[in-house]
Design a protein around this ligand. Sequence first.
Ligand code: FES
Ligand SMILES: [Fe+2]
Length: 534
Amino acid sequence: MSAIATAAALSLPISLSCASKFSNKRCVRGGFGVFAVLGEEGGLVERKNTWTIFNVEDPRSKVPQYKNKFLDANQALEVARYDLQYCDWKARQDVLTIMHLHEKVVEVLNPLAREFKSIDTLRKELAELQEELSLAHNQVHISEARVSTALDKLAYMETLINEKIVQERNTTDAELSLATPSTSTESLETVKNRQPKRNLNVSGPVKPYDAGLKNFWYPVAFSADLKNDTMIPLDCFEKPWVIFRGKDGKPGCVRNTCAHRACPLDLGTVNEGRIQCPYHGWEYSTDGKCEKMPSTKFVNVKIKALPCFEQEGMIWIWPGDDPPTANIPSLLPPSGFQIHAEIVMELPVEHGLLLDNLLDLAHAPFTHTSTFAKGWSVPSLVKFLTPQSGLEGYWDPYPIDMEFKPPCIVLSTIGISKPGKLEGQSTKECTTHLHQLHVCLPSSRQKTRLLYRMSLDFAPILKHVPFMEYLWRHFAEKVLNEDLRLVLGQQQRMIDGENVWNWPVSYDKLGVRYRQWRDSVDRGSKRLPFTKSP
Ligand code: FES
Ligand SMILES: [Fe+2]
């Protein structure tokens, strides 16, 4: 990656010459610039101090010298790092100044000293000190603002770099498409149109689902909820389906509409592996074939059935028209965890909005004030870091790992060794963990079937506590309701034309990537961003 930077000289703090954080303008070739001028002259008067926190070296002499050079991304980040070091050093110096001034005030007010000074002299000295203190306090405020600006710039640079990575991946995608011109009817214009949108626009009524989004395996139910003689009705991509077990115990998924006169089949019963319509008793097997047609001459009739499999305690369907892929992903928690709750909820929101919400942790201290985030402080900066691949990573400063698993799954592991005090730790530092699985099945354009599974790597006894599952459900619903009222409000505004991704910031990284992934699916891209295979 090459980022073009104009480095006139080094500035502390650095200034992005390309744009402020509120602008989306780009430099030449989509790079970003670092503009720098010489640091502040002079400095604070040397003072003796015995406090180790003030024994921090002035970083200005070690600032990397990039004057009149093009900086790549790493160099630009190095400059930003020095900028923060300088802010840190300066803030310490400011505090030291205030401490010295306080010492002087104490000296002036010393009752022993007062004997030798007139009241007027005392007044004068105190007034001077007050003035100095006021200036020092102002200096602290300036330092605070400087730190905040430096952090904002760092976050902005991170966003630019991430966008650049996505842009490069998509350029490769476009180049691959252009590599076969003799067979491709796509014009350059079409390829250009397939570039990711720089600004996300998710507004207006949800568009009809693209066929590409259906060509995935979708978990639709927990195995434990499907007994031999029961059935589970569900909507998927605006079509009604019903799952039940055949004679061999294997699950099947058929259209929940009788071929005779469109009666919902789930109002009937399951007998010997066949679902019976409650209206005139037609019976269907798990492959959709009508096998019984009482009181009339039998004719061959079939209702639509979807590929359906059971794996690791979940039932999966393939709603797309393409042939299903061979592998169904594993959603089990890591070894050492035990499943404590499996909950299903039908929610009146579009599944993308729910995913946006689940992929965002920065909202917790504002939204979940009655549940898990009660008493959380608001960190000065929340970040999502993605060290492994584009759709998984961890939250800083929270000990929470998170992954978006296409097409609609969120996995998260939360370190909870210190309940209520989550900041400043990583999941590895915590001794106990909670693992969560959220599946957001697109039932319709305003409805989601949510599958939630919670596992713990401690307190296995809880599994045997009577009525514990009701308690887990109560807690899960309480947390979800805190989100739901907000997401419902967003949905209404989105339908009315507002963009729910109007102004993404650094902690929105995972949500933005989900939207970029989904945009690519909707555009029919062969290579999807952030994934190794389509
Ligand atoms: S509508 Fe189902 S059997 Fe008549
Ligand atoms: Fe939430």
